[in-house]
Design a protein around this ligand. Structure first.
Ligand code: MTE
Length: 320
């Protein structure tokens, strides 16, 4: 399998770009010749891509996730009403400003308490497992929600590959923070960072996400790679990730650091636990209807059967 060869990509950090791309092509050529690459690999976009990438169709397989029958949010709405504070704090800012984000070349550094620390190229990461279509409810702490057909594979696949040490208890995600490409408004401690307990990160629903609506993520959605944790408020789902760090203690995270009484580390969707400034019992569903539509919020965002057992014995009012 491809997996055994990926440590080669360590060189991407220290190798000049042209050489690195050539070497990468050689490596993939070798693997394919050996019959080790997946069939769908051939259907992927070319390896050498312009740095500002237009949305590209992705080959996908049906996802292993609970079926959501709620109407899907129109793509235009999901890509024009966003939170991506690096590009401004208004919901319209990410679409207006994220076009300048360069998503190639892009690498993700894996470090901390793992046996295989390394830097992986985004195109290798995208090819590592078949990309699944998974439609999830996605609920923001600000009480709006969408239903989005995400594309990716379980984060657990990458974690297994990184081979965490037994002492690794938490996974932390760091987003890109680059003043040349991003506005990075003041008042935040950049880079944006989020974290999960190891069992949450290993849960099959936690999606390493490369696309939505059958194509690569738009920049404002967190291209080229983000996580989606569907049973948690949207702020846990970090965008444009450049580093995944494994640690033995609960990591500091952007919103929890800024306002711990408002944004807990766990941030499990919980209609019974109000935000100090508003109720969390209902949500405004963003769908194709013209008029605002409010629906009751479900415990764990409707994924109770799948994830409630992760929190057995925990006081979810204290660990909000
Ligand atoms: N990731 C980064 N890097 N920066 C952000 O500002 N906002 C979070 C999350 N991930 C954010 C982020 C919040 S508050 C939400 S609700 C979701 O992204 C929004 O995702 P969407 O714009 O795709 O709906």
């Amino acid at each position: 399998m491809l997996i055994g060869k990926v440590p080669e990509f360590k060189s991407s950090e220290i190798t000049p770009r042209e050489k690195f791309l050539n070497r990468r092509n050689m490596i993939f050529g070798g693997l394919a010749a050996a019959g080790l690459a997946y069939e769908w690999h051939k259907k992927m976009p070319p390896l050498y891509t312009p740095s500002v990438l237009a949305a590209t169709k992705l080959p996908t397989v049906p996802g292993k996730a609970p079926v959501v029958t709620d109407a899907v949010t129109p793509q235009g709405k999901a890509t024009s009403y966003n939170n991506f504070y690096e590009f401004g704090t208004d919901k319209a800012d990410p679409k207006a400003n994220a076009g300048k984000l360069h998503t190639r070349p892009w690498t993700i550094k894996i470090d901390g308490l793992v046996n295989k620390p390394q830097t992986i190229d985004i195109d290798a990461l995208m090819r590592y497992r078949p990309l699944e279509d998974r439609t999830y409810r996605f609920r923001c702490v600000e009480a709006w929600s969408m239903v989005i057909p995400w594309v990716g594979y379980s984060l657990s696949e990458l974690i297994k590959f990184a081979d965490p040490k037994p002492s690794a208890k938490y996974v932390q995600f760091y987003s890109l923070a680059d003043r040349k490409q991003m506005d990075l408004p003041s008042g935040f401690d950049w880079p944006y960072s989020e974290g999960l307990r190891m069992d949450e990160a290993m849960h099959p629903l936690t999606l390493l996400t490369f696309g939505a609506y059958g194509q690569t993520l738009e920049n404002q959605q967190g291209a080229p790679v983000r996580v989606i944790v569907p049973w948690k408020y949207g702020f846990k789902s970090a965008k444009s990730i450049v580093r995944i760090h494994f640690s033995d203690s609960q990591p500091q995270t952007t919103w929890n650091d800024m306002a711990p009484e408002e944004y807990g580390f766990y941030a499990n969707v919980n209609p019974a636990h109000s935000h100090p400034r508003w109720s969390q019992a209902h949500e405004r569903r963003i769908d194709s209807s013209v008029f605002p539509r409010t629906v009751p919020t479900l415990p764990f965002n409707g994924y109770q059967n799948e994830v409630a057992s992760l929190y057995t014995g925990m006081d979810l009012n204290r660990n909000f």
